[in-house]
Design a protein around this ligand. Structure first.
Ligand code: GLN
Ligand code: ZN
Length: 455
């Protein structure tokens, strides 16, 4: 307070709560000791505050050893092969504007995709995950405990994929998904397979309410030693003649739900992740995947607080998404997904992603986003959700059909998709079955009305 003298002894405090950092980096025995020394969790940060306070009250000589150790750690990071991978660096340095652009404009792509996919008007799909059942959790626990081996675990995953596919086929869904049963978490699953990411054992932080997550750490330059999802996606595609959507987590979300590097701009890290994902997207296409969804649910939440910082963020965010998705043929359909209904301040950025199809949360706001997209002049396909998956309530066919008709007031039938608000991993099978059946009936009913009206 002005006018009040500081007490002797220079107290120190963190500038914000330690709620969002894990407790103690020292417990991370699986992280290489040198890399571990680059991390400061709550205990390390608190110790640093005490060191700084001592330096302020007793002079820097009193903390010379700590300062030297810190300088050595930072120097080891700056010269480490993990943080400076020449192959990754030369690749990001060689990125050109053309790498972030599809080879053809949307109108031509849309025609090629229509011919290639042969989908009906108002095509139905889901956002990716199907219920994470107790059996799946047990399978993962069995694998960890050594009660089953990898082969046994993968058999259970395959059983689940076949069940999810046969349900979708029977129900009449147009673009199928494999259900993501092999994924513990949509960021962690990819982080575990990318070089440069480090996983923690005890790095729990509060996500919301009583839910805790263990975000992976972006420790070094990112590269993809081998394909990450191609095997499961092609297994799924081999079971059905309908298109199976490949499912990836986008670069912004990969950063937003991890601990990021502070030794380079976020945009540089995002571009590295984007190039790794670009290889995955291209490999999926080469393996016969015609529809690929790159989820970016964190695009809005990562928007900086200060308006002055928005443009720079949206620039690298949209560029990195396009980098991941622009290497494909015109007839390969790129989807993206975001789960929030209030996106007015980033609608231009959503347009700049240049995805062929976007699915959004819309059920609770009664398709408000459809109107906002239309008002913006959004030129591509969109699936405003017609089923609020945050609740176990099953929407009736009439209710879903009414929402679809509302959507049609804003988005023409050629560009409107039918899907839930988000993935189904937190839902049970009972309501999932009933809700998806109703969603498909609603699409059929509204579709039939369109053909009658037209002629
Ligand atoms: N594909 C993911 C899923 O269905 C998307 C999750 C999300 O939007 N948070 O689970
Ligand atoms: Zn979602």
């Amino acid at each position: 307070r002005p006018g009040r003298s500081r007490p002797a002894g220079a107290p120190g405090a963190a500038s914000c709560s330690l709620l969002h950092v894990p407790l103690d980096a020292a417990t991370e025995r699986d992280i290489e000791p040198q890399v571990r020394r680059w991390l400061a969790f709550a205990r390390q940060k608190t110790a640093e505050i005490a060191t700084l306070a001592r330096g302020l009250s007793q002079g820097t000589d009193a903390i010379a050893a700590e300062l030297a150790a810190n300088r050595a750690d930072l120097a080891s990071r700056a010269s480490s092969a993990l943080t400076r991978d020449p192959a990754v660096r030369s690749r990001t340095a060689a990125i050109t504007a053309a790498d972030g652009r599809r080879s053809q404009p949307y109108a031509e792509r849309a025609a090629a995709q229509r011919a290639h996919l042969g989908l009906p008007l108002l095509p139905t799909t889901t956002i990716g995950s199907f219920p994470q059942t107790d059996e799946l959790r047990v399978a993962r626990a069995d694998l960890r405990a050594g009660r089953i081996d990898t082969a046994g675990y993968e058999e259970r995953i395959k059983d689940e994929i076949r069940e999810v596919l046969s349900f979708q086929e029977k129900t009449g869904v147009d673009v199928l998904v494999h259900g993501e049963p092999e994924r513990n978490d949509m960021v962690q699953y990819f982080a575990e397979q990318l070089t440069g990411y480090v996983a923690t054992q005890h790095g729990w932080v509060q996500s919301y309410g009583t839910r805790y997550v263990r975000p992976p750490v972006l420790a070094g330059d990112i590269s993809r030693p081998e394909p990450m999802t191609v095997r499961w996606t092609t297994y799924a595609q081999a079971q059905t003649s309908k298109p199976v959507k490949g499912m990836l987590t986008g670069p912004v979300t990969m950063l937003a739900w991890s601990f990021v590097r502070d030794d380079q701009p976020l945009g540089d890290t995002a571009r590295q992740v984007a190039l790794a994902l670009r290889d995955e997207v291209n490999d999926l296409e080469a393996a016969g995947t015609s529809v690929i969804q790159v989820d970016e649910p964190a695009l809005r939440e990562t928007l900086p607080l200060r308006a002055a910082d928005h443009a720079a963020y949206l620039d690298w965010a949209t560029e990195s998404f396009r980098l991941s998705t622009s290497g494909v043929r015109p007839d390969t359909q790129i989807h993206t997904h975001m789960c929030y209904a209030e996106f007015g301040d980033i609608v231009q950025a959503i347009d700049d992603l240049d995805a062929d199809v976007i699915s959004l949360e819309a059920a609770r706001s009664h398709m408000q986003v459809a109107g906002e997209l239309a008002e913006h002049g959004y030129p591509r396909e969109a699936g405003p959700g017609v089923w609020d998956i945050h609740s176990p309530r099953v929407p009736s066919t009439q209710e879903a059909a009414a929402l679809l008709r509302k959507g049609l007031e804003a988005i023409p039938a050629e560009r409107l998709w039918v899907n839930p608000d988000c993935g189904l991993k937190t839902r049970g099978w009972t309501e999932t079955r009933a809700s998806l059946e109703n969603l498909v009936s609603a699409a059929r009913e509204v579709r039939a009305g369109l053909t009658t009206d037209n002629g």
